[in-house]
Design a protein around this ligand. Structure first.
Ligand code: HEC
Ligand code: HEC
Ligand code: HEC
Ligand code: HEC
Ligand code: HEC
Ligand code: HEC
Length: 372
């Protein structure tokens, strides 16, 4: 269908002119998306009398819909859940995938296909966030109410990718609009708009892996860098100001950390009150946004592990394979992924294999190096 669009010779000059201009300027900070408009947009959702908004070729109902906001040829999952590879290239534009069967691994957020069973050890609603975009068959999470640890917010029946009820693009006036074309790559340390926040998560800072393994936590030297803090936010259950979470442009974590972001919905699992009132042991819940001590068993975690990543308290200029106990912090994503994994509670590893005194490694033992 795309081949029916005539490419005029004069259009072909434009990339050449842009290339010439960019020689005399420093590399662009904005990794704006590229490619013909028709790759991603349809003006009427119709050509030759057939709808054009249908990227998911295999016919799942949730991939075939339209017309869509911003005239896109897919819904969020229509473009990001095409089903085959973890990165799909359509006519020159790479699209990161969050629902796919690629045997070579997943992107950093995980893979919703573990919930549906298209990939992994079998379908289970316990393996991740049951976004409604997956369809009615995947709504039956045993967690029926508000997010565990909180008294309001979305439920399994309203949780979705973006905007209201979602995680991405929480800006209440713009939503996702404009984020893709302005996307800031690499260092995201402004985070006052959706496009300059880490992965379009409003208010979250971080460093996005933009090297060979873009969007991936591949190994010690190739991974996203997450932003953390030395103390979680103080949000008590009843008397806290609503502005701890609800900012003027939409809800976002006031401390700009990825754990604070999870804490917008899972308050007590993040907040200072929830972990026991202070950043010192003993805790009542496993802390996040608390420093790895430079002593004891934590001092031995010095090479970054993608099995239990740490967060940095300053957004770095580049990826690093070094962990610095005494400086780096534990975060929600040290143990969990964000979308779904092949394990219950969307953990990074099988919790059943974490056996004290059993000589194991990885997972909990990455930090608790003397409990094996
Ligand atoms: C028409 C296809 C299309 C649709 C529809 C679409 N996206 Fe994207 N998305 C892309 C492409 C292409 C990129 C890569 C952008 C880049 O490389 O800067 C991307 C990147 C992203 C990223 C990663 C940004 C980063 O930091 O690298 C997120 C998050 C995202 N999209 C979320 C969404 C959400 C949520 C929706 C639905 C509201 C959505 N997308 C709809 C094509 C699409
Ligand atoms: C720990 C973070 C947090 C705090 C504190 C908080 N909220 Fe919320 N609130 C949320 C989240 C997350 C949502 C879900 C937004 C969505 O789904 O788009 C939400 C949604 C809402 C909604 C929309 C209806 C709903 O239940 O989804 C209202 C109204 C609301 N909050 C009011 C308040 C008020 C009033 C306060 C202060 C008493 C408050 N919130 C404090 C996190 C918080
Ligand atoms: C690789 C995919 C992709 C290509 C190519 C692409 N767009 Fe988009 N565009 C999107 C997505 C996804 C959205 C909706 C989400 C958003 O705004 O972040 C969007 C939103 C828009 C919007 C509304 C938001 C804004 O940024 O103003 C306009 C206008 C737009 N595109 C125009 C264009 C034009 C014109 C072209 C060709 C010159 C083009 N796009 C090429 C993916 C693409
Ligand atoms: C917009 C609100 C929202 C945000 C933000 C959010 N969650 Fe959730 N989470 C939910 C809801 C609702 C459920 C229960 C329904 C479900 O599992 O789909 C849930 C369930 C979970 C579960 C249990 C999954 C299961 O089925 O057993 C884990 C683990 C989890 N979240 C971790 C996180 C982590 C880690 C983050 C941050 C990366 C996070 N959540 C951010 C709303 C949210
Ligand atoms: C990224 C590093 C990291 C990982 C992975 C990790 N922890 Fe921790 N854990 C910590 C830190 C840091 C503390 C706080 C220690 C302190 O300040 O005394 C802690 C504290 C604890 C505590 C004691 C709380 C207290 O009151 O002192 C327990 C129990 C614990 N972790 C269990 C686990 C288990 C079980 C796992 C695997 C599911 C795990 N941890 C994974 C870093 C980690
Ligand atoms: C040290 C590893 C670790 C860290 C860090 C961690 N979790 Fe968990 N999480 C677990 C484990 C293990 C479970 C399984 C239930 C349990 O042991 O309480 C779990 C369960 C959950 C659940 C499901 C609860 C339910 O009722 O099914 C949610 C939601 C969740 N975690 C959110 C978070 C959030 C949000 C953060 C950061 C503020 C976080 N977790 C940090 C290991 C961790």
């Amino acid at each position: 269908m795309l081949s029916e669009f005539p490419l005029k010779a004069s259009f072909l000059c434009i990339p050449f002119i842009i290339a010439l201009i960019s020689i005399s300027y420093p590399p662009a900070l904005n990794a704006k998306i590229t490619g013909p408009c028709a790759n991603c947009h349809t003006m009427h959702n119709s050509q030759n009398g057939s709808p054009m908004a249908a990227y998911g070729a295999s016919g799942e109902a949730w991939k075939v819909s339209g017309p869509n906001p911003s005239l896109t040829r897919g819904t969020c999952l229509g473009c990001h859940g095409i089903g085959t590879a973890k990165i799909v290239n359509i006519g020159g534009s790479d699209i990161p995938q969050v629902w796919h069967t690629d045997g070579s691994g997943d992107l950093a957020g995980g893979n919703f296909a573990y919930i549906t069973g298209a990939k992994g050890s079998g379908a289970s609603n316990r393996k991740g966030h049951n976004v409604i975009d997956l369809g009615a068959a995947y709504l039956e999470d045993v967690i029926t109410g508000f997010p565990p640890g909180h008294d309001h917010g979305p439920t399994r029946d309203t949780l979705t990718c973006a905007e209201s009820g979602g995680c991405h693009a929480k800006n209440s006036s713009t939503g996702i609009k404009g984020a893709h074309h302005q996307n800031v790559d690499g260092k995201c340390d402004v985070a006052d708009k959706v496009y300059n926040s880490y992965r379009f998560l409003l208010g979250v800072k971080g460093y996005e892996n933009n090297g060979t393994y873009k969007w991936q936590n591949k190994d010690a030297t190739n991974h996203n860098e997450y932003f953390g803090a030395t103390a979680p936010m103080s949000i008590s259950s009843s008397s806290s100001p609503c502005t701890s979470c609800h900012g003027s442009s939409g809800w976002n974590p006031q401390n700009n950390t990825i754990s604070g972001f999870c804490g917008m919905c899972h308050r007590d699992f993040h907040s200072l009150q929830g972990i026991g009132g202070s950043t010192s042991s003993p805790f009542k819940r496993h802390p996040a946004d608390v420093t790895l001590k430079a002593a004891g068993e934590y001092a031995a975690y010095t090479t970054y592990s993608v099995e239990a990543p740490v967060a940095r308290t300053v957004v770095p200029d580049a990826m690093s394979n070094v962990v610095t106990p005494g400086t780096d912090v534990v975060m929600c994503l040290s143990c969990h992924v964000a979308h779904a994994s092949d394990y219950p509670d969307m953990l990074r590893w099988d919790y059943n294999t974490m056996v004290a005194g059993g000589g194991g490694s990885g997972g909990c033992f990455t930090c608790h190096t003397q409990k094996n």
